[in-house]
Design a protein around this ligand. Structure first.
Ligand SMILES: [Zn+2]
Ligand SMILES: [Zn+2]
Length: 422
């Protein structure tokens, strides 16, 4: 596992939780790209993997892990590639994606590196251990098209690596892995999203991170700042972070890098995935109607409103993101109440069932009692603005310049190099 505060000087291995105890699985199907390339470690000795069969099932039975077909029973097992340079992979059927969200589903995913199967509170837990750079090539730019300028892909890759190695959040440390496979940490679906562009970008920036004051930076990023980025402490609890401070995201002529003048909205979809057809990320309007907001207050706050009277922002961050919003409403007996929504995340959650683009908006009441939100930006706005970074790359800026712009006073450093180059 990564050690908090420790800066690696060789490529570390990373542990990613693939099946979590909360998934409540008792069994999972596995298959091998080539069973000859794997061995099974039961703690006391190594066994050959299913020699004559490339499929098997891992079950829990009587508090032990059982690997069918090869008659292995142990308290935990680790399937290890015995010929790692051929990049063999193991496929799992029934991995949870979108954990806890309404789009949660089971997928089939293939993994490089080793897979460790153990039992945690009577449920199956699977951890994928692999070299960090292989992981990075599977996630850093997986949502982006190879048409993106290489300097943008490099900046994005360095940001993803820095965030990972800074290792600030450590949500799953008690379970013995660094990060999970889902949006809770970073979406990782094995090798499915590893593309020629993501491999090239990982190789071109191998071991590179941004640093501030001899610490690896907790490099946050979001889709679009809207023209000004936001301070860390306006979005998350905690002290200000010296390199996560608000900056004007503009070029020498004062034109925002993330504006349609530099990145036309109708072309955005061809660069960055997860963008809707309209691509209105820079300036947008969203109508919240009475029924939607009443339903949202009931569902998310258990408040029984019958009419929303007003929306009053009382505190905004530097980028204009609202961080404190008062909602005035009337209840069934006709009494007026005010509820406070604190944090940009909660505001976006309450204002739209689909999670509002950002909390940087002004409110206009319509004649029929609804609310028109005139907004800008997409996401929390702290650190790198991805669309702005794309705009900078279109404006011939190199990755290092892009990173210095969004993370002021940081420096780019190479922590380790490929073994073959040593
Ligand atoms: Zn997580
Ligand atoms: Zn921006």
């Amino acid at each position: 596992m990564l050690i908090p505060g420790q800066i690696p000087n060789t490529e570390p291995m990373i542990r990613v939780g693939i099946v979590l105890p909360e998934d409540k699985l008792q069994s999972i199907q596995i298959s091998f790209s080539d069973p000859q390339c794997f061995e099974i470690d039961t703690g006391d000795r190594l066994h050959p993997a299913c020699k004559n069969n490339d499929q098997s099932t891992v079950n829990i039975e009587d508090g032990k892990i059982i690997l069918s077909d090869v008659n292995i029973t142990a308290s935990s097992i680790k399937i290890i590639p015995s010929i790692p340079h051929d990049n063999p992979f193991i496929t799992l059927k029934g991995v949870t994606a979108g954990r806890g969200f309404h789009w949660e589903k089971q997928i089939t995913a293939s993994f490089w590196g080793s897979l460790e199967f153990s039992i945690y509170e009577d449920n199956l837990m699977v951890v994928n251990e692999l070299p960090l750079e292989q992981y990075i090539s599977c996630v850093a730019t997986s949502e982006m098209s190879p048409q993106c300028p290489p300097e943008f892909l490099k900046a994005q890759t360095i940001v993803a690596r820095s965030w990972l190695l800074a290792n600030i959040e450590q949500k799953h440390r008690h379970l013995g892995f660094d990060i999970c496979n889902d949006d809770c940490c970073q979406r990782y679906q094995g090798i499915a999203h590893c593309t020629p562009a993501s491999i090239q970008s990982a190789e071109a920036t191998f071991g590179q991170v941004i640093m501030f004051d001899d610490q690896i930076c907790d490099a946050r990023y979001s889709k679009s700042c809207g023209g000004i980025t936001e301070n860390y402490e306006h979005v998350w609890d905690g002290d200000p972070v010296p390199y996560l401070v608000s900056i004007m995201d503009v070029n020498e002529n004062g034109i925002p890098f993330c504006s349609p003048e530099i990145v036309p909205e109708d072309t955005l979809k061809s660069y960055i995935g997860d963008v809707d057809e309209k691509g209105q990320y820079y300036r947008w309007t969203y109508e919240v109607n009475q029924a939607e907001l009443i339903h949202s207050l009931k569902e998310k706050r258990n408040l029984s409103a019958v009419k929303i009277l007003d929306l009053n922002p009382t505190q905004t961050g530097t980028s204009g993101r609202i961080i404190d919003l008062l909602i005035e409403y009337e209840d069934e007996p006709g009494d007026n109440h005010v509820t406070e929504i604190h944090s940009e995340y909660e505001i976006r959650n309450i204002m739209s069932h689909a999670f509002l683009y950002s909390s940087a908006f002004t409110v206009e009441k319509t004649d029929d009692g609804n609310f028109l939100l005139h907004g800008k930006g997409w996401g929390h706005g702290v650190g790198m603005c991805q669309i702005g970074a794309l705009g900078m790359a279109f404006s011939k800026c190199v990755a290092e310049k892009i990173l210095c712009h969004y993370y002021p006073n940081t420096e780019l450093r190479t922590l380790y190099r490929p073994l073959s180059l040593k």
